[in-house]
Design a protein around this ligand. Structure first.
Ligand code: GLN
Length: 406
């Protein structure tokens, strides 16, 4: 039989789930930055060195032959260190034997958590703009996201806000969870205690979970403080806290994150995680245990360093003609690009990377509806002074090119 004549037409072989989302725009922008030799202010990874102590701890772990699988839900020293740090910084006591699952980055912790708790038809409330992973995460877990708008600040000194009635209306009997990211990517919003309590009240009223991505917990400005949802009265039993080493210790490529949840939920997360990846890199988990014990001075210095980078970026972006939404946390600045007269964010981001030599993330990557974020782009500033200066120099041509004074 000649297969070329008798075989049926080849089918697409792509699942309907995979067809429903696109490649990550953030990662794509990094590739474009490399292709065009642009300064990469798109993907949020530090281009400066990780702390010596964490690097040494990883080297020692490998030398000591911690090179085989750790326990699937995480090496005990790391789980113990996570529990101690959560108790020390947020006053939340957890049992490292039953309530912590170490994953390959908080990215895996989030999808493992969602796969562990969601059924097809469940709804998940998500504030919009949102970190782009949450969209595909919801699709992969069969759930339907219900978006609630975060509104940009109307005036300097204000912050992104949400409408309490709109949030309340997003909850119903199908709501299984809300995903909360504070400090927030991409807006830089740090949710206040009052806002968290409003969210808590809805979770309790509708018997829903809070799944909180707290990866930027130590990157805070202007006196903002981070509050873990699990520390609120009534939330300990209905919160999954996601966190990781990446941002706090500048090791985004190590892929070590974790989920903290009550035992029944952790059991489910551990099963999902085990069959997804078995476990995170064992020697890097060992190094993570050392890092989590760093003294308070480490976090204080990191905050001071990021404050300087934020203010530097606010300065040169403002001078270049961007309207900046001043972040109170995390290491991104959402900007309004309407002064440049671009057709949309994607066209403007392409122009910036190809013609100006600076890569950013188009705002639409953080919105669900067509048209959302069409006049916004996101910059990251977790970069060395050298990188920031190169970006500042390149962007400085914009006001003249676009015919306005900076
Ligand atoms: N969280 C970072 C960002 O938003 C990096 C995401 C990633 O590429 N994994 O840019």
């Amino acid at each position: 039989m000649n297969p070329s004549t008798s075989a049926p037409a080849i089918r697409s072989f792509v699942s309907s789930k995979a067809e429903r989302f696109t490649e990550s725009v953030i990662r794509e922008m990094t590739r474009l930055a490399m292709k065009h030799k642009a300064v990469n202010l798109a993907q949020g990874f530090p281009d400066f060195a990780a702390p010596e102590e964490i690097k040494r701890a990883a080297q020692e772990a490998i030398a000591k032959d911690i090179n085989q699988y750790a326990i699937t839900w995480g090496a005990k020293p790391l789980r113990d260190a996570i529990a101690q740090k959560f108790a020390r910084t947020q006053g939340v006591e957890t049992d490292p034997e039953r309530e912590i699952t170490v994953c390959c980055g908080s990215t895996e912790a989030m999808i493992a958590a969602l796969l562990a708790v969601l059924n097809p038809g469940d709804e998940v409330v998500v504030f919009e703009p949102f970190y782009e992973n949450y969209g595909p995460d919801a699709i992969l877990s069969g759930a339907t996201p219900r978006f609630v708008s975060l509104r940009p600040p109307a005036a300097a000194g204000e912050t992104w806000t949400f409408d309490r009635a709109e949030l309340a209306a997003a909850f119903n009997t199908r709501t299984r969870a809300i995903i909360l990211n504070t400090p927030n990517n991409p807006t830089g919003k740090v949710f206040t205690r009052e806002e968290m309590e409003a969210i808590r009240d809805l979770c309790v009223q509708w018997n829903a979970l809070a799944i909180t991505d707290e990866i930027y917990e130590h990157i805070l400005y202007d006196g903002a403080s981070h509050i873990s949802m699990a520390s609120l009265e009534g939330m300990r039993e209905r919160t999954i806290t996601i966190n990781g080493l990446s941002k706090t210790y500048s090791v985004t490529g190590w892929r070590v994150g974790w989920a903290i949840a009550p035992p029944r939920i952790s059991d489910a997360i551990r099963k999902v995680h085990d069959f997804l990846t078995v476990g995170a890199a064992a020697p890097l988990q060992q190094a993570g245990a050392a890092a989590l014990g760093f003294p308070a001075a480490y976090y204080d210095k990191m905050k001071v360093d990021y404050l300087a980078r934020r203010d530097r970026a606010l300065d040169f972006l403002g001078a270049a003609g961007f309207i900046c939404y001043r972040p109170a946390g995390a290491y991104y600045i959402m900007t309004d690009i309407s002064r440049f007269g671009a057709a949309d964010d994607v066209a403007f981001a392409r122009y910036l990377v190809e013609k100006i030599g600076v890569a950013v993330v188009p705002g639409s990557s953080f919105y669900s509806q067509p048209g959302g974020g069409a006049q916004q782009v996101r910059f990251t500033f977790c970069k060395t002074e050298q990188t920031l200066r190169a970006a500042a120099d390149r962007l400085a041509v914009l006001p003249q090119m676009h015919g306005f004074k900076s």
